[in-house]
Design a protein around this ligand. Structure first.
Ligand code: F6R
Length: 616
């Protein structure tokens, strides 16, 4: 959460470089943004008085700066608010009292209160309501103290410009005090350096010639440099125009071996193409991605199959949409491979790790590979000696680096905050893995091929028109209920999530059998009830659920391979055996997307959400 980007170097358009970087990171947070900048004349001795700041609330996507500003030293931030409302003052960067240090932050400083009180009593002037601002004032406080000590020690009369070492120490001491998971980037006018530190939240350094970059995601750096260093937790870096050095936060020791990775694969932002929205494009990408998974699956697929076969307990872990893919995995493995696979949402897994051993396999599912609840879960599992596999879309992400084996989804960039194609790609892999466990991979391929045809049927003008007509009805209600059994249960949950996050209508997915245990009390005349009714053993019982809702006045939308008189609206999908879950999910995605449009909401960036959830 929160996108951060920094630049120091030979170019004179640092503000624009940072602005463009932030645009590629906007999916990490988009309630406000800001850039701190200045121009350093390296040969001139004259002091720069203060750092300049641009801050705005709202999205950064379409922003073009009206005037050209000369700058070669800048950092910027797109915010997803945690502490303090969405205001210009609360937007980052934050400045110290002298306006010579600027800071951007991703994370939560859990002990900010105690530090803030201390700094206020020392005379610091706070301008915002954020936890972040304590960081910049604490650094200022440390820096001033350390500078004074230095002068005293050397008995100097004239203070020399800091070469960066004092500033680095000031940031290190401050960072050591912060409780929680944080990443900060701080620029200092005096030493003309940037210092970055991380614990939990991601940070990547990019090395150029006479210039260096910093960002929260590697793809933001790709257009500038391919020499990347993924900072580890408890590392602190000093970045100047022509130097990058890494130190240990705990003891301040310099790391002598710093291996930059040469990025070989491209992570190109796909753009929207001819589509109105990223979400729509990503929905339409799905047949192509599934086809690619069938024809050219990731090379680690077989390795994961072997690991599952030999493990004593496999656990699927993910959050949100990825968690529903995990839950679906339990049904798929049970049905196809006759295997009991456990499942947990990332944030709960840490409380369940007691039963893990060094024979356990934990398979983490994540589009971004940066979701903190998953990362934390994996770290805990590692302490138990479990083997870690990851199914992930973003190359080089934290999860990839933490795991022993990775299956890349190769789904292309997923830019819409609402996840679509990463979900169906995960389902396709789970199906392929299950069939591979029983040495019947071709059977899986055959069903997935059928699912492509079915998705293409749905992504057709007539079908979309039908859903568009339906959403006009759905939009009249505040609550939508969605039922499914077996394989369709996770799809009911996922479809409800798509509707909630894209359109802000309350939708509730549940196991059809649970209807009569409580939820049915909410059904009244006209209540929209969506039922997934595939051609499997759940059909009869789920249909009974649909009938029960109809009997209470419910408006029944049947998503099924055949029509039925109980349906007020019928959305057909082909029967593709177990792979029917894929077209079913696509119908749920379209319902969310079209409902959002009907309500005038941009489904690419729904309120309160961010693409990478890197805070707890
Ligand atoms: C829903 C959505 C979120 C993510 C969740 C996990 O549309 O996008 O629920 O699925 O935050 O994200 P990843 O997959 O990046 O770990």
């Amino acid at each position: 959460m929160c996108g951060i980007f920094g630049y120091i170097g030979k170019k004179n358009n640092a503000v624009n470089i940072v602005l463009d970087g932030l645009k590629t990171l906007e999916y990490r947070g988009y309630d406000s943004w800001g850039i701190a900048f200045t121009f350093i004349e390296y040969k001139a001795k004259k002091e720069i008085k203060s750092i300049k700041i641009i801050k705005k609330t709202g999205k950064i996507g379409g922003v073009v700066l009206s005037e050209k500003v000369r700058s070669n030293f800048a950092l910027g931030h797109t915010r997803w608010a945690t502490h303090g409302g969405v205001t210009k003052i609360n937007a980052h960067p934050h400045l110290d009292c002298s306006n010579k240090i600027a800071l951007i932050h991703n994370g939560i400083i859990e002990n900010y209160d105690e530090i803030k009180n201390e700094l206020i009593s020392n005379g610091h002037n706070f301008r915002s309501e954020t936890d972040t601002e304590v960081a910049v004032h604490l650094i200022e406080e440390n820096y001033n103290k350390l500078k004074k000590q230095k002068i005293k020690n050397k008995k100097q009369k004239v203070r020399l410009r800091d070469d960066g070492s004092t500033f680095l120490e000031a940031v290190r001491l401050a960072f050591k005090r912060f409780a929680g998971l944080n990443a900060i980037i701080v620029m200092d006018l005096d030493s003309r350096s940037i210092v970055a530190a991380k614990n939990g939240s991601p940070l990547v350094l990019g090395k150029g010639k006479d210039e260096n970059y910093l960002a929260s995601d590697s793809h933001a750096l790709q257009r500038h440099t391919r020499d990347l260093y993924y900072m580890e937790d408890e590392e602190i870096a000093i970045v100047k125009r022509n130097k990058i050095e890494i130190y240990d936060v705990k003891d301040g020791n310099k790391k002598n071996k710093v291996n930059f990775h040469r990025l070989t694969c491209s992570y190109k932002l796909d753009g929207k193409g001819s589509f109105s929205h990223h979400m729509l494009k990503e929905i339409y990408d799905q047949p192509k991605i599934i086809n690619q998974i069938i024809r050219n699956p990731d090379k680690s697929l077989q390795k994961i199959v072997q690991l599952i076969k030999k493990s004593y307990g496999t656990y699927l872990v993910g959050c949100g949409t990825a968690a529903y893919a995990c839950l679906e995995g339990t049904y798929i493995f049970s049905k196809i491979a006759k295997r009991h696979i456990n499942y947990s949402v990332g944030s709960e897994f840490g409380y369940l790790v007691n039963y893990l051993t060094n024979k356990s396999l934990v398979l983490a599912l994540s589009q971004s590979g940066e979701t903190i609840d998953v990362i934390e879960a994996i770290k805990k599992a590692k302490t138990k000696g479990a083997t870690i596999g990851a199914m992930v879309n973003v190359y080089g992400s934290t999860l990839c680096r933490l795991s022993d084996h990775q299956i890349y989804l190769h789904a292309g960039t997923e830019q819409a905050v609402v996840s679509t194609k990463a979900f169906t790609a995960k389902l396709a892999y789970l199906i392929l893995i299950s069939f591979s466990i029983i040495d019947k991979k071709d059977e899986g391929i055959n069903l997935l091929s059928k699912s492509i045809i079915s998705v293409n049927d749905i992504l057709n003008d007539e079908y979309i028109k039908k859903i568009s007509k339906l959403v006009k009805y759905l939009n009249r209600y505040n609550n939508i209920y969605i039922i499914g059994r077996g394989l369709s249960y996770p799809i009911a949950l996922e479809s409800a999530l798509k509707i909630k996050e894209a359109s802000y209508i309350h939708a509730e997915g549940f196991a059809a059998g649970e209807l009569k245990h409580g939820v049915i009390a909410l059904i009244e005349k006209g209540t929209p009830c969506i039922a997934f009714l595939p051609n499997d053993e759940t059909y009869g019982a789920s249909l009974a659920g649909a009938m029960e809702m109809k009997a209470r006045g419910g408006y029944i939308v049947g998503i099924s391979y055949k029509p039925h008189e109980v349906f007020d609206c019928y959305l057909p999908i082909r029967d593709c055996g177990i792979a029917t879950i894929i077209p079913s999910a696509v119908v749920g995605q379209l319902l969310g997307f079209l409902l959002a449009l009907e309500r005038g909401i941009n489904p690419d960036m729904p309120r309160n959400l961010a693409k990478s959830v890197t805070v707890k």
